[in-house]
Ligand binder design. Structure first.
Ligand code: GLY
Ligand code: MN
Ligand code: MN
Length: 441
């Protein structure tokens, strides 16, 4: 769990970067209809969550930095309501929220529109997540317009900043307590992959392995998957975002599972690929080892100062050279890794996605990948995935039939440390022998 003192420190870090005499506003997520009058389970807006830990819809956080640099954090949230709470669940209410969440003050959300006009009057600058939601933009612009309409003694802000520049940079570097939560999310997700490996058998359906994964998540206290789980048997693994999970698993085929839980708001993102029946065929093992070698080569390079594009190139070179050695590609490493005229490099037929992305509250977490259009050097506290893959479609005609219909991805989650990196997801087996041994047992 993240302590309330840490949420307070995050708000202070945002306030420290705001100009004097400014206001910042963040809005909670809204409930989303699934069917008729039934909603999806609520998931908080990631930025709002990062600054509050408050997990209700219909809320807004206002941060104020006065001209003398004194600050306030104000929450607007749903008022207590006996009848609504009988039907739809408990609400914290402004009074309790003020104490529980270390706020300067808290008010019923019904007061937001009018109070915002007063709070904005006289401020120079406003920060919010511009364009994230039309409704939220309208709330901000309507309040600014109302200040302008107040007459000559009122003064509306004239500087409008996108809050992303501040908050997404803060989110990119994880604290010790965030890393502890992410390690736990990773541990649960590793257990889920192990459960699915043990449960796998020909004749089962992809959704049954998905059920194993979700069971383990929920049973260990992580009720939500961080993203829709991919359970892809055979050549379904060549569909990168396959989520139908409806086909029967067949003996002799591989199954690719890309699944991670969300725990206390933080995501894990793990992929393992294993034989449905627990034994790799010769061709499957050759391709699998290639992906594993590419992942290891990239992993070995991670330390502060490394860039994601340099690490990607390392993985690309291993995969491409391996494909040449297996006779799947012809020509030199350079010929296969360089664009040929308008055509992408040849290796991209088989490895067509990136190696890494930031990981955190969002599975594809926030933060700039480039600074001044240059690849950003990695620094301690960044969490990334490392996920090379190899996908040889069933209907590809320039590859020998024995390689076709095989999709492999291996994905781990690592933290950049002072001396290199720590692998959060090493508990999920990934060597050929470790997988075969687990599945045999
Ligand atoms: N699970 C989504 C991804 O690996 O990026
Ligand atoms: Mn990923
Ligand atoms: Mn993934």
């Amino acid at each position: 769990m993240i302590a309330q003192s840490e949420y307070l420190a995050r708000r202070e870090a945002v306030l420290a970067q705001m100009s004097a005499n400014s206001l910042c506003i963040l809005f909670s997520a809204s409930e989303q209809t699934r069917s008729n009058d039934t909603e999806y389970l609520f998931r908080q807006n990631s930025d709002f969550f990062y600054l509050t830990g408050f997990n209700e819809p219909q809320a807004a956080l206002v941060l104020i930095k006065q001209a003398d640099n004194s600050t306030q954090s104000i929450l607007f949230c749903r008022a207590k309501d006996k009848l609504a709470e009988i039907w739809n669940g408990r609400r914290i209410g402004p009074e309790a929220a003020k104490e529980l969440f270390n706020l300067s003050s808290a008010y019923p959300v019904g007061e937001l529109a009018t109070q915002l006009v007063e709070l904005l009057n006289g401020k120079t600058a406003v920060y919010w997540l511009q364009g994230e939601s039309q409704l939220n933009d309208e709330t901000v612009f309507s309040a600014i317009l109302a200040v302008r309409q107040k007459g000559k003694f009122a003064s509306a802000p004239t500087q409008f900043f996108d809050l992303r520049c501040i908050i997404h940079e803060l989110r990119l570097i994880k604290s010790e307590s965030e890393l502890a939560v992410m390690q736990k999310a990773a541990d649960i997700s590793c257990d889920a992959h192990i459960r699915a490996m043990k449960s796998s058998a020909a004749g089962k359906y992809e959704y049954q392995l998905e059920a194993d994964i979700l069971h383990e998540f929920a049973y260990q206290g992580a009720r939500f998957a961080a993203y829709n789980s991919i359970v892809a048997g055979g050549d379904n693994a060549c569909i990168l975002h396959y989520t139908e999970n409806c086909d029967e698993l067949k003996a002799g085929e591989l199954v690719l599972i890309d699944a991670g839980c969300e725990l206390n708001g933080y995501a894990a993102d793990i992929t393992r690929t294993f034989p449905v029946n627990g034994r790799f065929s010769k061709e499957q093992a050759q391709l699998y080892q290639l992906v594993l070698d590419a992942q290891q080569a990239a992993l070995d390079s991670f330390k502060p100062g490394q860039t994601l594009s340099a690490a990607t190139q390392i993985a690309v070179n291993v995969i491409t050279q391996g494909l040449i050695d297996l006779g799947i590609l012809t020509g030199t490493l350079e010929q296969n890794t360089q664009a040929q005229g308008d055509n992408p490099p040849a290796y991209r037929q088989f490895f067509m996605h990136g190696l890494s992305h930031w990981l955190g509250i969002d599975v594809h977490d926030v933060g700039a990948y480039k600074i001044n259009d240059q690849d950003r050097p990695l620094t301690p506290g960044m969490v990334i995935t490392v996920e090379p893959g190899l996908y040889i479609a069933k209907d590809i005609d320039n590859v020998e039939p024995k390689w076709r219909g095989i999709g492999i991805r291996i994905e781990d989650n690592i933290v950049i440390t002072e001396s290199g990196y720590t692998n959060l997801t090493q508990a999920a087996p990934k060597t050929i022998s470790a997988i075969e041994q687990l599945m045999a047992g």
